[in-house]
Write a protein that binds this ligand. Structure first.
Ligand SMILES: *Cc1c(COP(=O)(O)O)cnc(C)c1O
Length: 422
């Protein structure tokens, strides 16, 4: 019964059991460092590694166990670890799986701090890294060596938004016995299923899906948290050991904030998506803009890969889009995209455009109700040529939940003020 339901429904009707005599559907917020055992025998018999009992606050409470379970539902996984940020999820995976002499592969367009962690801590531990071209599966294959243990995947890449051919990349890693870790923050468990990339029940998928819950799952811009989800018990145990050694945990109030936000996740994601696509299409028509980097827009780098994975699906979350779909399924995408302004503008003019925006606030992160904007120096972020990107000034937008007409007027007035047509 459960599995046939839409994911939207399953995030609301969940198998949470309230304490006896208190039949509220909302889970309680449980806070504890210490857990009291009834006797020494109980203390000796309980095991922190499984969820059969409670041993210590850091090893899990009813609140964190409920959130872990719900995130497994969201991503289609079986095991989940909670960490204090999305970045902590990335670093925990690296520390758990890599040893001196090993190598990790990272897409050149990855979330920046992932690369910095490799250049910093992993390098100090004697772990090497290589950057691959996310749009060239042959390049990933060519960079695998006998030392390669882990490959990061990100769809689409942070900032420049190229969407890779995820099934092709995972197949190559599988063929070489390389563990695949996906940064699934953009997809949020909704745009595609990380462990079921072919929608055939799971014959092809990532080994690990990490998620910055900071973004859409929290939805409020007021929580920092990350998750590490797997389907493989042995892999989960390796990650869990490192997680325990590092002393990682999350606060009950933060976990509760995410639990409260998850039932509206699908609704919010879709609203962000519709607004972002409207604005991306409008910006594509403005003469100042030479390229729009939104994977759901035809012509964007990797658009065909996005379409194959995220549109035309009969998957759970896609059902929410059916009532507005006419003939073709519009698919799902996050409310995040970038544009490139004509190189003939000066960088100060582009900064002035960002400063002139009133509803779009200048700030990192995304996934909350407030629209955000950040100008990026693309050249400084890439190690490899990226011919799919036009030269110019890149600006990234995270579209919030404001009325889209207000956001469009805001963009228009800032363009008029700072970037007169050439
Ligand atoms: C924000 C983000 C992270 C890191 O999340 P934090 O909780 O801010 O540490 C990781 N990956 C991607 C793609 C992100 O956008």
């Amino acid at each position: 019964m459960q599995d046939s339901q839409d994911l939207t429904t399953r995030l609301i009707h969940h198998p949470y059991t309230p304490p006896p005599g208190f039949a509220a559907p909302q889970p309680g917020v449980f806070k504890a460092s210490t857990v009291i055992f009834p006797n020494v025998a109980a203390l000796r018999s309980r095991e922190w590694k499984d969820k059969s009992g409670y041993t210590y606050g850091l090893h899990g409470t009813p609140t964190t166990f409920t959130l872990e379970e719900r995130l497994c539902t969201l991503e289609g996984g079986l095991h989940c670890l909670l960490v204090p940020s999305g970045l902590a999820a990335i670093s925990t995976v690296g520390l758990a799986l890599l040893q001196p002499g090993d190598e990790v592969l990272i897409p050149d367009n990855a979330y920046g701090p992932n690369k910095e962690f490799a250049r910093g801590e992993l390098a100090r531990l004697g772990v090497g890294h290589r950057l691959y071209d996310p749009l060239d599966a042959a390049d990933l294959a060519a960079q695998i060596t006998p030392a390669t243990r882990l490959a990061w995947l990100e769809a689409p890449g942070s900032v420049s938004m190229e969407f890779p051919d995820l099934p092709a990349l995972v197949r190559i890693c599988r063929a070489h016995g390389v563990c695949c870790a996906l940064d699934n923050t953009w997809g949020a468990g909704l745009a595609f299923a990380p462990f079921d990339l072919l929608r055939d029940g799971g014959s092809l998928g990532a080994d690990i899906s990490i998620h910055a819950l900071t973004k859409y799952p929290s939805g409020g811009g007021d929580v920092l948290m990350g998750s590490i989800v797997t389907r493989d018990a042995a892999l989960h145990q390796r990650l869990q050991r490192t997680h325990m050694h590092l002393g990682l945990g999350v606060g009950a109030n933060d976990a509760e904030a995410v639990l409260r936000a998850l039932p509206s996740l699908a609704l919010r994601y879709r609203a962000h998506d519709v607004a972002a696509r409207t604005l991306a299409r409008w910006l594509a028509q403005q003469s100042q803009v030479v390229q729009v980097l939104h994977p759901a827009l035809p012509g964007a780098p990797g658009h065909e890969h996005w379409r194959a994975l995220c549109a035309g699906a009969s998957g759970a979350a896609q059902d929410a889009t059916k009532e507005v779909a006419t003939s073709a399924d519009p698919g799902l995408a996050a409310g995040l995209f970038s544009i490139i302004f004509d190189a003939r503008y000066r960088a100060e003019q582009v900064d002035a455009f960002c400063d002139a925006l009133r509803l779009f606030k200048i700030g990192y992160s995304w996934g909350g109700p407030i629209s955000l904007v950040v100008p990026y120096e693309l050249a400084a972020m890439r190690s490899r040529p990226a011919p799919q990107l036009r030269t110019g000034h890149l600006v990234r937008f995270s579209v919030g939940l404001e009325a889209v007409a207000d956001l469009q007027r805001d963009l228009q007035q800032a363009l008029t003020q700072a970037l007169p047509p050439l």
